[in-house]
Design a binder for this molecule. Structure first.
Ligand code: SAM
Ligand code: DTB
Ligand code: SF4
Length: 365
């Protein structure tokens, strides 16, 4: 019997080439497909760029918590919301490095540091630079998320050896005003431009389950996929509802919408890591398995996200084992004993192939 969707019958090359000209109608058509057709397209794209059984593992640490002047409607850390969160000062470098060492022992290959700032001051940035240098020296990849970044600050972080900068678009341009009023969508795009032009890798995605429509999710994916370069990492967060935030009590998203959005992200940005990000603690193992089948290939491991609980490390270990998933290695040298997430093979070849798809057997760009 022939496949039911024209997408599923498209030549392999058309389903895997990197495109930067997606329209909202095309993205919506992806999301609207029968789920099996969408999963087939996503898996084809995934296998063209990645080993589908490998998952990149990051660990997250809040280096400065609470008292943020922004009003993001989902966030526990906004000073404008009564969430009962204790405000904390910027952590000392040695405390950050202690957490990074523990994350490495537990099998993480990337350490992400988040600060509840609208933007860092240049003085703040020097303190973060010291953290980045220290974490890098441990043999971990580094990522920071500090809010809006000026051009010279992005360059400063690049010179310090930072690998990734996380800055999310969060939702569609059309829905954005329902969620945040203290900075604009254009502000976010500009920070992404500074990050990209400094030569840092971009980590940018959004949050689902904030009351947005499927078309909003399509529109957000179009924003990401039509950037001059696809973000190397695309976190898809499911809203963690925090009491005291304006979005607390929002109707829960149909879990299949999360699966569909991940699959569409995989199809539209096939060479990017798609991270099943916040929200895993409340997801069943079966839902997470579907997300991995839809093309998610990155997670946060560790018991905490920034201010909320993550899926427990032991549960993740068991889930990975049950699904035959392997934590991805970045570099084998300098690694300690395998920790909770055991290492597998060196990914150099796969990495080279993603950067230069013309050299990848089976894929014609
Ligand atoms: N303050 C910086 C900023 O907003 O750019 C960095 C930290 S901020 C907490 C990083 C991202 O975490 C947000 O852009 C949002 O996408 C995500 N996030 C925050 N709270 C969340 C929640 N309750 N549920 C899901 N994602 C959340
Ligand atoms: C991202 O997209 N998700 C992470 C990370 N980037 C910084 C943050 C999730 C935060 C979830 C709510 C909390 O723990 O405060
Ligand atoms: Fe502040 Fe970031 Fe939270 Fe927005 S998401 S309130 S900018 S910490």
């Amino acid at each position: 019997m022939p496949p039911s969707s024209p997408r599923a019958t498209a030549p392999f090359e058309d389903r895997t080439r990197l495109r930067h000209d997606w329209s909202i109608d095309e993205a919506s058509a992806q999301l609207d497909q029968p789920l099996n057709d969408l999963l087939f397209a996503a898996q084809s794209a995934h296998r063209a760029y990645f080993d589908p059984n490998q998952v990149q593992v990051s660990t997250l640490l809040s280096i400065k918590t609470g008292a943020c002047p922004e009003d993001c409607g989902y966030c526990s850390q906004s000073a404008q919301h009564e969430t009962g969160l204790e405000r904390e000062r910027l952590l000392p470098v040695d405390e950050v490095l202690e957490s990074a060492r523990a994350a490495k022992q537990d099998g993480a290959t990337r350490f992400c540091m988040g600060a509840a700032w609208r933007n860092p001051t240049d003085k703040n940035l020097e303190q973060v630079v010291a953290m980045v240098r220290g974490v890098k020296a441990l043999g971990l990849e580094t990522c920071v998320t500090l809010g809006m970044l000026a051009r010279h600050q992005a360059k400063r972080l690049r010179d310090a050896g930072l690998d990734y900068y996380n800055h999310n678009l969060d939702t569609s341009p059309e829905y954005y005003g329902q969620v945040i009023s203290t900075r604009t969508y254009q502000d976010r795009l500009q920070t992404l431009e500074h990050v990209r032009e400094a030569g840092l890798k971009t980590c940018s995605g959004g949050i689902l389950g904030m009351g947005e429509s499927r078309r909003d999710r399509a529109s957000m994916l179009v924003q990401l996929a039509t950037l001059p370069a696809h973000p190397e990492s695309v976190p898809i967060n499911l809203l963690v509802q925090v009491e005291g935030t304006p979005l607390f009590g929002t109707e829960a998203l149909d879990p299949f919408e999360l699966v569909r959005t991940i699959a569409a992200a995989r199809v539209m940005m096939p060479g990017s890591y798609v991270r099943l990000s916040a929200g895993r603690a409340a997801m069943s193992d079966e839902l997470q398995a579907l997300c991995f089948a839809a093309g998610a290939n990155s997670v946060f491991c560790g018991d905490r996200l920034l201010t909320t609980d993550n899926a427990a490390a032991e549960r993740d270990q068991q889930l990975f084992a049950r699904l035959g998933l392997q934590p991805e290695a970045v570099a084998l040298e300098g690694r300690d004993q395998p920790g909770a997430c055991h290492k597998s093979v060196d990914q150099d070849v796969a990495f080279r192939d993603r950067q230069h798809p013309e050299s990848f057997s089976g894929l014609r760009a």
